[in-house]
Ligand binder design. Structure first.
Ligand code: DX5
Ligand code: ZN
Length: 220
């Protein structure tokens, strides 16, 4: 059985103790750093730019998992690739159609970076199924994107199950990631439904980072 990977969302980092927390994170056993980019348009909140990514990449030995919640993913994807993203995940809702979605995945992969596609809780997953081989990650949002600390939306697990079945049946090399309201309890239900990567912000950074990551990892 594959081990669940953990992607702490640095949206919940304590910005008064950045270096201390980055060190703890680096030693926590979490594999990916989830870096939430928000532009104040696609979502109401505003967060980090590429220079922060560059700096954080130097501070930790982790996969830089960049989730861009922006209106112009074509342009912003390239900006974050230039600053060290290992994975760039954009929103299906932010591109004109599935053709453009595939075009952006190919553009990201052409830079030797992994391509992820995210869908909001209300967006069905079915449209993506014929195109799964074009992407490396599907990120299922389990809250409305924009803010940390919201409650997990259980109903999105139906989409996870559909994806899991399709990926396994066709033998695709695609990871299922989930983002929003993840704690030891909801994380366990996600893994059971077929999730490979758990994003968690509030749960990881409130309290002991290493202990919280461990709890998420053994929540099978
Ligand atoms: C929400 C972000 C998430 C968020 C998760 O728009 O994409 O990554 O930080 O935070 P928690 O784990 O607190 O729900
Ligand atoms: Zn995110």
């Amino acid at each position: 059985m594959k081990e669940t990977m953990i992607a702490p969302s640095i949206l919940s980092l304590d910005y008064a103790r950045v270096s201390e927390q980055l060190k703890e994170l680096d030693e926590s056993g979490a594999e990916w750093m989830h870096f939430d980019v928000m532009d104040g348009h696609f979502v109401p909140n505003l967060t980090f730019g590429p220079d922060i990514l560059k700096g954080f990449k130097k501070a930790v030995d982790m996969v830089m998992d960049v989730h861009i919640m922006v209106d112009d993913p074509m342009e912003k994807a390239m900006m974050f690739i230039a600053s060290g993203a290992d994975i760039v995940t954009f929103h299906l809702e932010a591109v004109a159609n599935l053709e453009e979605c595939v075009r952006l995945c190919r553009k990201i992969r052409a830079q030797h970076v992994k391509a992820g596609v995210s869908i909001k809780p209300d967006t069905p997953v079915d449209g993506l199924l014929p195109y799964l081989k074009e992407m490396d990650v599907v990120l299922i949002m389990s809250v409305v994107p924009g803010f940390g600390g919201q409650s997990f939306m259980e109903e999105v697990l139906d989409k996870v199950k559909v994806l899991r079945r399709e990926i396994d049946e066709k033998g695709y090399d695609v990871l299922i990631e989930i983002d929003g309201g993840i704690n030891a309890d909801t994380g366990k239900r996600c893994v059971k439904a077929g999730v490979d990567v758990l994003v968690a912000g509030s749960f990881v950074f409130h309290g002991d980072i290493k202990k919280n990551v461990e709890q998420l990892k053994c929540g099978k």
